[in-house]
Write a protein that binds this ligand. Sequence first.
Ligand SMILES: Nc1ncnc2c1ncn2[C@@H]1O[C@H](COP(=O)(O)OP(=O)(O)OP(=O)(O)O)[C@@H](O)[C@H]1O
Ligand SMILES: [Mg+2]
Length: 374
Amino acid sequence: MSIEQQIRLEKKRDGLQQAWNIQHEKVKQIRQRLVIENGTTNQFQLEQELKQEKDKLENLEAELNQIEAALQLALQTQISENKVKISPPKPQPTNGEAPPFITGAPITQPRYFFGREKELKRLFNLLKRHPLQNAAIIGKKRTGKTSLLHYLKNITTTPAEQLRPEQKSDWLPHPENYCWIFVDLQDARMQSREGLLKYILESLKMQVPTPCDLDSFMNLVSDNLHSPTVILLDEIGVGLQRCRELDDGFWESLRSLATNHTGGNLAFVLSTPESPIELAHNTGHSSPFFNIFGYTAYLEALTEREARELIASSPIPFTDEDVKWILTESRCWPLLLQILCGERLFNLEEGENDDNWRQEGLRQIKSFTHLLDS
Ligand SMILES: Nc1ncnc2c1ncn2[C@@H]1O[C@H](COP(=O)(O)OP(=O)(O)OP(=O)(O)O)[C@@H](O)[C@H]1O
Ligand SMILES: [Mg+2]
């Protein structure tokens, strides 16, 4: 796709997005009118109207998805042709635009992150003294691994006014000295040796050599890394399974960098659904890199106190009975809490005074019941 075509497509996407927003609002208003309408005839007419407008909304959504897919494909092509510079992931907005309950995307703004206090204490203990030590975060799908990595990276330097009152942020004595590098190994751009090494060097604000190979990377980093640096490797399993260039030699070099060449200033924190050693074994790797993770955090449900704190962040307070129901059905898993709270809040905002939200909530969490299998 040419650049001009891409720009045209992006403009079309933006226009469609606006149309989708307007249509979404329209559907919402008809729903609200339907709630307060008592007459059967009017109710029937409104239901018909709602159906038509919902169909229009779905068509817009389908068209948007198509354009997004085409743009994504164009991006992938540019990546393989090396035309795109990688920038770190964009955080969620801080000025109140974000919805109070976030379901789906990882939490990137500390104020929306709850709990994990025990794990945070252990992890920061490993990272606050020399030599920095490595850690692994293990958790099933959707348990909050990526959110925890983002939290580690951001919490110590986020200004107090962007945090909740009482939210602890003084985990490190000198947070301003730390460099945090978040690597998403599901991102195609991180799956080549050169792509990944370049990204790390750019994040360290070091000059990228040409060619950017492992030898020059090792030399540069061992000579110039003088302040504490933590490389967060999200979804390391994908890196091991899919990226042939990230082979045993590559991981061994990273291990030797952390253990012998950076004066204790470099540590890795990785996330994975299984233990690093099993993971290496299952993907045919034998690298000693996977033996250096002294501490492993296993992500379980939140404690009841932490879950209650998440629920209490609702802008419209829930009744004790609703809180109890949400705690029981979610068994304190953060994603399930977010979904059920989101449903309850939506229902309150719409002025609906029934219990249909519970049914809807249970339907929404159905895809994630693997979390409830103990
Ligand atoms: N500490 C937390 N506080 C609040 N919500 C959380 C927290 N951790 C996870 N969540 C919720 O769980 C969802 C999934 O989180 P996240 O994407 O971090 O999980 P994951 O383990 O990385 O998932 P995947 O296995 O798909 O990569 C988030 O969208 C959010 O709703
Ligand atoms: Mg994740």
